[in-house]
Ligand binder design. Structure first.
Ligand code: ADP
Length: 418
């Protein structure tokens, strides 16, 4: 807490976004909004404006919701570059088995710079499907699938332009990525998962996993017979919303709890636990892969939105990480979930100074990694295999956050009530 107003301590916040986060900040007791040039203690803004808001000399207690070069993990080409480098390092230092734990991203090449490497791999698997994605865009914009090299020649040349025009234009950077051809389907439809991971420090790495999240299910049945139908192949809500038969009442989201129950009923508890453990592995390794690249600053935290696709073998694939995940909502349930997530993010960041710093759980957040694995209270690390290193996670499990917060933030009052 920073400033005293009317005899009370308060947190002065600045918020550059008009969305759910504004509602959450406004409701927070003793937080006051400041505008323009006024001094602030807490800043929540879009990732693209972090440079304007980040200052070299910020006071000890000040917090801002992005790291200065957050894009090392969130730009499609940089994420893969960092992951490949990290994987190589693991292989060199610890061997193949350890490096294989990073086999959770589809084979990807940056274009135009890795064009020749890409063509080499492309020709080794004739007939397979690839996906082209512009590195700096989001919401499915500019994405297309292809099976023939000539389809990306068209992209490179773009016959509608003269050569002079093409030269004058800056050729947009893309990644070419192997398309997951066997996605797990629900009622014949493809989906991907949105999971939230909060990082409060990169060195040492301290990361929290939120219990809630959702699956975005396509409204069109999946098939590989056509690669032109974006409603079938791209699960972004922003894409699905524009489908002619989109039904806003039904929407296209499943809460993670619902998905976890569905998968458990179909495949049994053990298989689903393995899947969720593999996801824990994916979160931690991807964060480790950028530990050296990201400028660690104690004033920064980052709420990442992970996009994960499951295939028919229940293997999770990392598709993308977002630094400004959407807080827009498609239903009341969705709005409530995002409010819970944002409130708990503020609880972990703890501008009010109510935590001890030793907590393994704050509301819906479970501490997943704290400069090393974090285990559940009742688990003996000696008896676990190395895959289970992030055992203190409850993704898609019950989120009884209010009860936990009552106990955590107000133990005295809670005991009195009991
Ligand atoms: P954007 O940033 O534009 O949302 P994404 O990389 O998240 O780009 O891709 C958009 C959608 O395309 C994903 O939600 C997913 O449904 C689909 N997709 C992306 N990459 C792949 C892939 N390698 N295999 C299968 N589907 C993919």
């Amino acid at each position: 807490m920073a400033k005293v107003r009317d005899g009370r301590r308060c947190v002065r916040y600045k918020c550059g976004l008009i969305s759910t986060i504004q509602d959450v900040l406004r409701k927070r007791p003793d937080w006051v909004e400041v505008k323009d040039e006024e001094e602030w203690d807490f800043n929540w803004s879009d990732a693209s404006s972090v440079r304007e808001n980040f200052h070299m000399f910020m006071k000890e207690h000040v917090r801002i919701n992005h790291f200065p070069n957050y894009y090392e993990l969130t730009r499609k080409d940089l994420m893969v570059k960092n992951l490949k480098r990290f994987q190589k390092g693991l292989e060199k230092d610890f061997g193949r088995t350890e490096a294989s734990r990073c086999d959770f991203f589809p084979s990807t090449f940056a274009l135009p710079s890795e064009y020749h490497l890409f063509v080499g791999e492309f020709s080794r698997s004739p007939g397979s499907t690839w996906i082209m994605k512009p590195v700096g865009k989001s919401q499915g914009k500019g994405i297309f699938l292809f099976r023939k090299l000539k389809d990306i020649m068209d992209w490179k040349k773009d016959s509608s332009r003269t050569e002079e025009q093409t030269d004058a234009m800056h050729v947009e950077n893309y990644v070419a990525q192997r398309y997951i051809e066997n996605p797990y389907l629900i009622n014949g439809r493809k989906f991907d998962l949105r999971v939230y991971v909060l990082v409060t420090s990169f060195v040492p790495l301290k990361a929290w996993l939120y219990r809630d999240g959702f699956a975005r299910v396509s409204g069109t049945r999946f098939s590989l017979s056509t690669i032109k139908d974006k409603y079938m192949h791209l699960t972004n809500v922003s894409v699905q919303k524009t489908a002619p038969d989109y039904n806003p009442e039904k929407g296209c989201k499943w809460q993670l709890q619902q998905l976890r129950r569905y998968l458990t009923a179909k495949h049994g508890r053990e298989m689903v636990e393995t899947l969720f453990k593999e996801m824990d592995n994916l979160f931690v390794r991807s964060l480790q892969s950028v530990q050296k690249a990201i400028i660690n600053d104690k004033h920064c935290f980052e709420l990442y939105g992970y996009d994960i696709l499951l295939d028919q073998n229940l293997k999770p694939w990392l598709i993308e990480v977002n630094a400004s995940p959407s807080y827009a909502h498609s239903s009341q349930e969705d709005y409530d979930m995002k409010c819970r997530l944002l409130e708990d993010t503020l609880n972990v960041v703890d501008m009010e100074g109510r935590l001890t710093g030793k907590e393994k759980r704050v509301g819906g957040y479970d501490l997943m990694w704290n400069n090393g694995p974090v285990y559940k209270e009742d688990v003996n690390p000696q008896t676990l295999g190395s895959l289970c290193f992030t055992a203190n996670t409850h993704l898609g499990c019950v989120n009884d956050r209010e009860k936990q917060l009552r106990q955590l933030l107000n133990p005295f009052q809670f005991q009195k009530k009991l």
